[in-house]
Design a protein around this ligand. Structure first.
Ligand code: UD1
Length: 378
């Protein structure tokens, strides 16, 4: 007899983290179904992929497609054929995808074309900036999905505005919040060891910065980002993403970046180490979506080097400010982040990203959906 299965398609850094929450909830419930995990291989460096499997104790994926880096079309094309072949062979009851990357779109497209229900975790987010590859991925994947798991009420509202509503849309909370809350004590426990190991500034004496978005790593944009880092006026610790490093080298800007007096470049960090830095920093400077939200959850003010965000609640709470690539706004935002007003905002922030049990709700719903589907298949 064919054992019902759920397929998860993932492939890059934030997805390994989201999957850790899913896997924990799955293991806690031990449903009578198979979980098959496919890694597209979009991220292949140990520090962007393998480290998260090891650190968050996620079992090795069942299938690895090794698509690697390429243009958007080529990266997507390389994953679609083997994904289709795998899905046709294993006929999962549903295919789970996370977030907004090319691996999300690849998994959703391959499944939807085979009429296999797509379950989108982190559905309904919108930055309303269609120039971002991630925004295009979000919109396309939501419109191809049969089960939409939204992290917030705003995400549900965004979908309603696009005509996507009904029982298949649910507000479950945020899976990244599940993991962030679960590892916070471990992150605090390892801060002093990490600080000594990397010779970092004292707690509350630095900004933590990550930059990797396509829109910020083009040469002209990167020059403006460098000016913002200089303008921060406090020590900046920057774990550097391989994309940013490669783009800086190609544009001849690596020396400029590495020689900013207040900036300390360090290799990319594992998940718990990064959380330790977020919790110890006086503010976060980033263009990452996930990090804006993690900063909010950990109670650290955020300065976002973008003009838009898909995590609007962080901005309306007053804990996140969008500065684009404006050096003056960055400098003002760092001063505001260190003010006593900010302390009040941090203390008063609400649990907009859920109670830490989003993944459990998703697994229960998927298992229920699979039971229903197999009942009708009998
Ligand atoms: C991707 C996602 C982004 C997510 C980010 C997390 C898309 C469109 N973007 O961006 O939403 O926030 O992952 O990190 O899917 N590279 C390496 N080693 C690797 C992976 C990438 O050196 O293991 C470098 C290569 O120079 C590559 C570049 O990064 O060309 C871009 O990689 P890609 O996966 O296309 O996008 P990210 O910028 O990582």
């Amino acid at each position: 007899m064919h054992t019902p299965s759920i397929m998860v398609v993932l492939g890059n850094r934030p997805q390994f983290i989201k999957h850790a929450a899913f896997q924990r909830a799955w293991d806690a419930r031990q449903p009578d179904m198979q979980l098959r995990v496919v890694d597209t291989g979009q991220h292949y460096n140990y520090e962007l992929a393998g480290i998260f499997l090891d650190e968050l104790r996620i079992p090795a994926p069942d299938h690895s497609l090794a698509v690697g880096s390429a243009s958007h079309a080529e990266q997507l094309a390389r994953m679609l054929v083997p994904l289709e072949e795998l899905m046709m062979r294993t006929r999962p009851t549903s295919v789970v995808v996370y977030g907004d990357t090319n691996s999300t779109l690849g998994g959703a497209l391959a499944a939807a074309k085979l009429n296999i229900p797509v379950a989108h975790i982190e559905a309904g987010l919108r930055s309303y900036d269609m120039h971002m590859p991630e925004e295009l991925n979000r919109v396309l994947v939501d419109h191809a999905s049969s089960l939409l798991y939204c992290p917030t009420q705003l995400a549900v509202d965004n979908l309603t505005n696009e005509g996507i509503a009904g029982e298949h849309v649910s507000m479950v909370g945020d899976v990244m919040a599940d993991i962030a809350m679960a590892i916070a004590p471990a992150a605090d426990a390892q801060w002093e060891r990490l600080r000594a190991h990397l010779d970092l500034p004292e707690r509350g004496q630095f900004a933590l910065c990550t930059i990797h978005r396509a829109g910020n790593t083009e040469p002209d944009a990167l020059r403006e980002v460098i000016a913002c880092l200089e303008a921060a006026g406090i020590p900046v610790v920057m774990p550097i993403h391989p994309r940013t490093e490669a783009m800086a080298e190609r544009a001849g800007l690596h020396v400029d970046l590495a020689s900013i007096p207040n900036v300390r470049l360090i290799p990319p960090l594992g998940y718990v180490d990064l959380a330790a830095c977020v919790r110890a920093a006086s503010c976060v400077m980033t263009d990452s979506g996930g990090l804006q939200k993690e900063a909010y959850i950990h109670g650290t003010p955020c300065i976002t080097l973008r003009d838009t965000t898909e995590w609007a609640e962080t901005v309306t709470s007053g804990m996140n400010v969008l500065v684009g690539r404006d050096a003056q706004k960055t400098s003002d935002a760092v001063i505001a982040a260190m003010s006593s007003d900010m302390g009040d905002r941090i203390a008063q922030r609400r649990d907009v990203y859920g109670d830490g049990h989003a993944a459990g709700r998703i697994v229960d719903s998927l298992v229920e959906h699979a039971r229903h589907a197999s009942h009708f298949a009998l």
